[in-house]
Write a protein that binds this ligand. Structure first.
Ligand SMILES: Nc1ncnc2c1ncn2[C@@H]1O[C@H](COP(=O)(O)OP(=O)(O)OP(=O)(O)O)[C@@H](O)[C@H]1O
Length: 343
């Protein structure tokens, strides 16, 4: 449906997007995530037709766009949903949604589907942030776009509303069968609403895959750190397991040569911590998180790790503990980093 091949976007002499390629299937939701300034919005703006590519090609259905061949935004059948809602302040909810529609039936469908019926006569400035974003989404979907681009749609909403609305938006997109690129800087949002996710860094796509695959098998240390707490333990590969000072973990189906040295990615929930006077470290700090508790553990080796446990678990700061790998699944393996200055 959408294909992007080797896209480059420039602003004057500065490069915002470098050699980016991706495809989007029918009805697929792709989340695009990355640190501020990595080029996410520039990708969206180029697909929408607000910026001309410096190099590469974009195909939207049968349309082809490149540095010499432009298609104006209104001919691309691309819908846009922004962080600031961009509603018409002088039109009520139903007129916002039905704006420029000859047949109002789709507007009525999305008004009802997104729970806006009781607000149909309300003016935008009397709506909450969540209601405004539902109106913006209903308006975009009522125009039956071939593709929807969402730029940080939940960024201005509070945490509880974000969690609820992201599922409503995902369900609406799936009900409409519209493929979408959803830009966010929120890792949890990107992991939970995308069929696939793309992680960008400095204008490049570092990895694109299903969220579970990106989280479990990050393509780089950058992705590992960006998607959550990440620590790397030195390990040595055996035939079925990798051996570390904190215990063994299965290797999975990774091709490997035995005795190879690796770094093993461990996240706080891959580790357990128990009180033990003859253990391998002590609790430096703990943070109560509601359902869970996060511990900072200082190992006797000097390394610091974070360990997440159930909230009922309680250990005091300074307590002697033993920390072990408890993950039953294969952990991601990386080549050991060479110390700075070594050959
Ligand atoms: N109109 C512009 N003129 C010049 N440089 C720009 C312009 N818009 C963006 N940039 C630069 O291009 C790079 C990519 O910006 P972009 O907005 O695409 O990143 P982003 O990942 O969406 O960031 P954020 O998460 O902060 O919105 C940044 O270095 C930014 O400063």
């Amino acid at each position: 449906m959408l294909e992007i091949h080797n896209l480059c976007v420039h602003y004057g002499d500065a490069t915002a997007v470098r050699d980016l390629s991706l495809t989007l299937g029918d009805g697929e939701i792709l989340t695009l995530v990355g640190p501020t300034g990595c080029g996410k919005t520039s990708v969206l703006r180029t697909v929408a037709g607000l910026i001309q590519p410096a190099a590469g090609e974009i195909r939207i259905g049968k349309l082809r766009i490149d540095s010499k061949r432009n298609v104006p935004p209104e001919k691309r059948h691309v819908g846009l949903v922004f962080q600031d809602f961009a509603l018409f302040p002088h039109l009520n909810v139903e007129d916002n949604i039905a704006f420029r529609l000859k047949d109002r039936a789709p507007a009525e469908r999305w008004l009802k589907q997104l729970g806006l019926e009781q607000h149909r006569h309300a003016m935008p400035d009397t709506l909450s942030g969540g209601q405004k974003q539902r109106v913006a989404l209903a308006r975009a979907l009522a125009h039956a776009p071939a593709l929807l681009l969402l730029d940080e749609p939940l960024a201005s909403l509070d945490a509880a509303l974000k969690a609820q609305l992201r599922w409503e938006i995902r369900q609406a997109l799936k009900a409409a069968g519209v493929p979408a690129i959803w830009v966010t800087h929120d890792q949890t949002e990107a992991l939970s609403v995308g069929d696939r996710m793309g992680i960008m860094c400095d204008g490049r796509l570092e990895q694109i895959d299903e969220p579970d695959a990106c989280f479990r098998k990050p393509a780089s240390r950058f992705v590992a750190h960006f998607l959550g707490d990440a620590a790397f333990l030195p390990g040595e590969l055996g035939s079925t397991h990798v051996h570390t000072a904190l215990g063994d973990a299965p290797i999975g189906d990774v091709a490997h040569s035995p005795d190879t040295r690796v770094d093993v990615l461990v996240r706080p929930d891959d580790l357990s911590v128990t009180a033990a006077n003859d253990g391998n470290g002590h609790i430096e700090w703990s943070r109560y998180e509601g359902e869970t508790r996060l511990y900072g553990v200082r190992l006797n080796s000097g390394a610091q790790l974070r360990v997440r446990t159930n909230h009922e678990h309680q250990l005091d700061d300074g307590a002697a503990v033993d920390t072990r790998i408890c993950a039953g699944h294969a952990l991601a393996l990386f080549e050991p980093e060479r110390p700075t200055g070594s050959a």
